[in-house]
Design a protein around this ligand. Structure first.
Ligand SMILES: *Cc1c(COP(=O)(O)O)cnc(C)c1O
Length: 360
């Protein structure tokens, strides 16, 4: 009943657009973490591989394992491996981001034990986001260890904190300068290492910083963080369901748990079978969030329940069984998300597993 329709050709379109923004020499890493931002990692990864994408990236080794077990053969970068359990990284031939001394040492130890050499890794540097990464001061340690390591350092990268914000911002310029410093250090000792800094918004906003690779996630699925840029992209997914029941309320009757909404007058409401267990968080209740029925706005009223929510349909001529659009190409996911104080990333990546993915 509730389905997430995924149009794979729109992902192809978005990939083609992104490739047109980078030079043919720059390689695009397709980010398929979080179940490909909700779109289904296995299907999307295989589709991207068929379009010539050779590098995929996920967040955890478990996500990489699932792709390997489904037959994905391309490079898989793991951005956030567990420093204390690298078993699956090695077992499934995944390429970890090495972001700290701890993970460097633990991975080295495991590789040496298994007599493995030349193991591909990516070095992550912190240039200001202060989330993960070696600090500049640790470079001499890294260089020292490199000499005796069993790693093949494929790339060195960093991540911007505010790639979507206006270009004349000192913070991002400082991050870029800090990354240049890191790049210079490695350039002196190993000319084969590749460099990358940009995510989706960065590709749009900092075209001069593409280096060797870029990392595109949300834009493959049709969104950036900027409505102007979004015009070139096609939202790949649409989330639809049906009205399962309609009630006529009298004045002062309530709707939902804890009497979250009270009818000020005679009201017609519809029950929509998708709730917070499906990724429609509680923060979409009691706000100005709406869904679309017969192309008209139906505001969500009361609290979101685990499996359902209710909407006011007093002004809409509709019946039980009629289609309800949560988001689609005309009512994009970022609008729905932002009306509840969320963002496209969170909404898409939270779409629950019990919702059927239908590939078109
Ligand atoms: C998720 C992620 C990306 C992709 O970001 P988008 O904004 O979705 O393009 C890129 N780099 C890293 C390190 C990430 O974790």
């Amino acid at each position: 009943m509730t389905t997430l329709n995924i149009y794979l050709e729109r992902i192809s379109h978005n990939l083609k657009f992104l490739r047109s923004k980078i030079s043919p020499k720059v390689e695009l890493i397709a980010v398929v973490k979080a179940n490909a931002y909700g779109h289904g990692a296995i299907k999307v990864s295989k589709h991207l591989n068929s379009l010539g994408v050779k590098k995929l990236a996920v967040a955890s080794s478990n996500e990489g394992k699932i792709l390997r077990e489904s037959g994905v053969k391309s490079n898989i970068i793991v951005f956030y491996p567990d420093p204390f359990d690298l078993t699956d990284i090695i077992k499934y031939n995944l390429e970890p981001a090495v972001y700290s001394k701890k993970i460097w040492q633990n991975l080295s130890f495991s590789l040496k034990k298994q007599k493995l050499n030349n193991f591909s890794i990516h070095l992550k540097f912190n240039t200001g986001l202060n989330r993960l990464g070696f600090d500049f001061e640790e470079i001499s340690w890294v260089k020292n260890e490199m000499i005796k390591s069993c790693f093949k350092i494929e790339s060195v990268y960093s991540h911007l904190s505010s790639s979507e914000e206006s270009r004349d911002n000192d913070f991002t310029n400082n991050q870029i300068a800090a990354f240049e410093k890191v790049k210079n250090e490695f350039g002196k000792i190993n000319p084969d290492i590749k460099y990358h800094l940009l995510n989706s918004s960065g590709i749009q906003n900092y075209p001069e910083c593409k280096y060797d690779w870029v990392r595109a996630g949300i834009s493959l699925y049709g969104y950036t963080n900027n409505l102007e840029w979004d015009k070139n992209l096609l939202p790949a997914a649409e989330l639809k369901t049906k009205i399962i029941q309609i009630h006529q309320l009298k004045k002062n009757q309530i709707v939902g748990y804890n009497n979250g909404w009270v009818a000020k007058e005679k009201t017609t409401i519809a029950t929509i079978p998708i709730g917070h267990a499906d990724g429609i968080g509680r923060y979409f209740g009691n706000t100005n969030t709406c869904v679309w029925i017969k192309n008209k706005r139906a505001p969500i009223i009361g609290n979101i329940c685990m499996d359902m929510f209710m909407v006011n349909i007093s002004d809409i001529d509709c019946s039980e069984g009629d289609e309800v659009v949560i988001f689609n190409a005309f009512h994009p996911a970022n609008e729905f998300a932002e009306s509840g104080g969320s963002i496209s990333y969170e909404l898409l990546s939270s779409i629950g597993n019990r919702i059927i993915r239908n590939y078109l």
